[in-house]
Design a protein around this ligand. Sequence first.
Ligand code: PHE
Length: 459
Amino acid sequence: MENKNLQQRDGFSSKIGIIAAAAGSAIGLGNIWKFPYITGVYGGGAFILVYLVCIALIGLPVMLQEFSIGRRAQANAIGSFKKLKPNTPWFLTGWLGFAAAFVILSFYGVVAGWTLSYVFSAITNSFAGQDPEALGNMFGGLVVNPWKPILFQVIFMVLTAGIILGGVKNGIEKYSKILMPLLLAIIVVLDIRAITLPGASAGLAFLFQPDFSKLTASAVMSALGHAFFSLSLGMGTMITYGSYIGKKENLGVTALQVTIADTAIALLAGLAIFPAVFAFGIEPGAGPGLVFITLPNVFNQMPGGYIFAIMFFVLLAVAALTSSISILEVVVAYFVEDKGWDRKKSTIIATVAITALGAFESLTNSVINFKLPLLKGGVMHSFGFFDWMIEMSDLMLPLGGLFISIFVGWVMTKEDVDDEITNGGELSHAWMGIFEVLTKYVAPVLIFFTFLNLIFGWF
Ligand code: PHE
């Protein structure tokens, strides 16, 4: 015990490293795969507006709350609650996050595996000459193949574990600093290609002209769920990363920068996809297959499509990797700090267990006839893989966020919260009042009602 306290805790070494790692966590499949397809399903601009409101009123304050908890406690997601409120049930919030990390990474690895498989398909020019139906079958065939998705899932999880083994500074920070600029460069090139296509403007109109008739209650719920997913909130990722942020850094500014970066990349991903989709007269509401079926179709018709296809799927894989490491770190940090295991043992055990669960989920698409259960709209439903993973994170992350807001707003003392956020009074207090109102009232009330609605289906 003494020994552990004497050892210096691993952490981020620079401002740029913090932003790269935290933005790397936030920017992921959520931005480039999920955001465009749910925007397509819920009709475009109006959905984006609601999403932006959720980000500003709930996402941003919850991110700052998580950073503050982690940095104050200097511990992992579970340990933080134990340290800040010892001998109370609050540590269960950490366990909820731990469970969410386990489940989310299990399917995240599967979807990331599909993207790796598509990197290979793009390189070997396998989309060329295929009509839309054949491309649909190609994706469908991959998903229901028993072993191929698992092979790529395992490769992806090994990459994730490899980075996590390096630790915070020499693993997470180092690779995020290399991969994030690469991601930005690729997405900018893809954007320029998409918006210079003839006929791209219909896609821009779809994204930016809100059609409120499409805005259903479930669209609003998805916007909230997605705000949590996209910003990596509600499961202790940002608590864990917050604990690696130096005491001199400005947490509020960091949270704002990460939120802006995440939102900007989601919009840039939409800009890279919809103008191209509309330019070639393809249906935008294609669902989860949007990037795997619709886009290869678009690349086939686009000048330079071969190279843009490779770039796109590399982009997706890179984005997934800087997020998956942040999810694995939630689990590994707990094993290292609270169980006292070394980093290698922790990483291997966590990775094997999560990969096994993911492989099982993947097999429910093919050989295992098992539907995943979940309470929704007041009824117990059985879900297939796709819907289950979305519903599951839409439930678990806002619930985690609700407890985190209540914890920071009502359980921690105002002095402690102020002290952490203003670095002991050194930074401006100017916006603390707004933060307090959002934390105490706005975020918990909005999450609470959306959450109940999701479970009981009132409207
Ligand atoms: N934010 C990541 C994405 O958008 C996913 C994620 C969710 C990462 C929760 C960590 C925690 O893809």
